[in-house]
Write a protein that binds this ligand. Sequence first.
Ligand SMILES: Cc1cc2nc3c(=O)[nH]c(=O)nc-3n(C[C@H](O)[C@H](O)[C@H](O)COP(=O)(O)OP(=O)(O)OC[C@H]3O[C@@H](n4cnc5c(N)ncnc54)[C@H](O)[C@@H]3O)c2cc1C
Ligand code: FES
Length: 281
Amino acid sequence: MLRNLQLSGEKKITHTPRIVKIKQESIETVSMKSLYFEDELSAKSQPGQYLMIWIPGIDEIPMSISFMSDENQSAVTVRNVGLATNELFSMKTNQQIGLRGPYGKGFNIDNIENALIVAGGSGGVPLGPLSDLLRKKEIKFTCIIGAPVAEELLFLERHQLNAKAVGGIVLPITEDGSHGTIGLASEIAEKEIKKEEYDMIYTCGPEQMIKKIVDLGLDNSIPVQASLERIIKCGIGICGSCVLDSLRVCKDGPVFDGETIKNLKEFSVSKRDASGKKIPI
Ligand SMILES: Cc1cc2nc3c(=O)[nH]c(=O)nc-3n(C[C@H](O)[C@H](O)[C@H](O)COP(=O)(O)OP(=O)(O)OC[C@H]3O[C@@H](n4cnc5c(N)ncnc54)[C@H](O)[C@@H]3O)c2cc1C
Ligand code: FES
């Protein structure tokens, strides 16, 4: 049986599954919904960390923590893409889910004065709590949010409120031009970094977009932190299902420095399916 483990220093991470009741649901986009619950460990986590969410009778899947409050409220924001996420998406207030974590390495905001956030589609979930934290710490940021269509722009109002509070702006961009500029998030990022001096780029989204942002940042001497996805099963570094070259996304990530991932053979090229077979991205 998994027990609570005392890790380095004061940091205590619980591996023991907890059962929580869904307290509130909130529709975020046409395909994404947030489920709020009370859990002290999740609420105290670092933006970019994730939970293993147990959907009784179905599966256990990794989900970024999308909201954290000082009152121990937390949330996950789900896109229904398969069996487990469909079930989670259809859950209602007062139903129960299991969770363990928070796991992994989140975003680091030490010594940052002017950041650029680049969020691509539904992958932008961990960037919601990051923008909340930047606002709380009074760190200026600009946020580029990309999506195929206006209805898929995730956390638009949340990023707008946060950015405005610290003197920053939000630049929405859609592939069909239904909101903001027409095009891709990476295209607007390329223009943006020539206009202002950024000391960090934070990104999450499709891996091909992340690759472009990492190259763009490093070519312009701006460090990048990127959150990546692989199949996560154990979440604690023992099963090998999430490997990316010699790194484990579950434990060494999911947030990595651009310098660390830029030369990996598998980054933006291949991933593993649920059976462990390598498949192209
Ligand atoms: C660190 C991390 C954070 C994530 N955060 C979110 C989030 O905030 N919101 C969200 O909607 N989704 C998130 N995901 C993706 C989510 O875990 C998968 O979409 C989910 O596991 C799919 O399960 P399924 O049964 O619904 O779909 P399936 O039918 O099993 O698969 C659908 C797709 O999801 C992928 N997938 C399946 N199982 C896993 C798994 N255990 N780990 C990762 N990918 C898997 C498959 O490769 C496939 O492409 C995150 C993934 C990771 C690794
Ligand atoms: S999910 Fe098991 S090692 Fe990463």
